[in-house]
Design a protein around this ligand. Sequence first.
Ligand code: SF4
Length: 325
Amino acid sequence: MSERSERTSEHGSPAHSAGEGGPVSLLTIDDLVVEHRSPGRPAVRAVAGASLQVAPGEVVGLVGESGCGKSTLARAVCGLNPITEGSILFDGQPVTPLGLRRRKLTGIQMVFQDPYTSLNPRRRVGDQIADGLRTARDTVTTPADLLERVGLPRDFAERHPHEFSGGQRQRVAIARALAARPRLLIGDEPISALDASAQSQVATLMRDLAVRSGAGLLFISHDLSVVRVIADRIAVMYLGKIVEVGRTEEVWAEPRHPYTQALLKAIPRPDGMGVLPAELPGDVPDPANPPEGCRFHPRCPFVMDVCRVKEPGFGPVACWLHEPK
Ligand code: SF4
């Protein structure tokens, strides 16, 4: 058994069983399927059987091209998208759309992509942060305390959202999320609308605040270079499936799935992750009509006959080149 496989479970995560003395998984996503349905059209499997775990105090980066299902998965974890098949357990309890009230009380908070629409423009930011403190029944912490924690002046509590830059608004959104004392923080592309200088600051801030409070952080981004800096583990998603999971430094040093290899090659490009290397042909296929076999096979430089007819298993790389013998 390799050193890597000794240290990681089937999903590339640390041993999370309480019986092994390790941390119990905070979030367990198991074979999750989420379909989008619209009248007169075939159902689209935006998430097509994804499994992932997040432990307390752990930062997991979820990466992939736009449209691969990352945000749908995040919304399902928050109870904002109904689950078609599979399960999501938060702290051992199933997450369902009916569980929204419980989510508020038990602590999953999400920071969204667009800091310009995620805050109420008519209310002072201090009042919006105070909503979260009430949810957590926290009578000690003040909105000014939280603004200070995210690197903003205390008197900004009196201001309205239009008085802030994009990076400052995202800090306010993080302060509001922290007010509810989340045990799991989800960032859904939280830095993609920010300018370059604010991106790494906000990403590092989310990591530091989550780790310091012992919360798990699921950080979704198309920017692998930022995820590399803040994540303990990386999960790579392609067309609704997670195709590789592993410790960040291991995935970086030795990416095994051909799609992960292509993503890493794309990083130095000034136009970012949206453009993959030239040797990777074509666009992401239509999720309503995914390819047979391995979903990546029409674009894969290593495609074999088996790839066109049979889907590879997952463990922790979904690729016939890495199937256990
Ligand atoms: Fe490529 Fe085949 Fe692996 Fe899919 S299973 S990534 S087509 S080698």
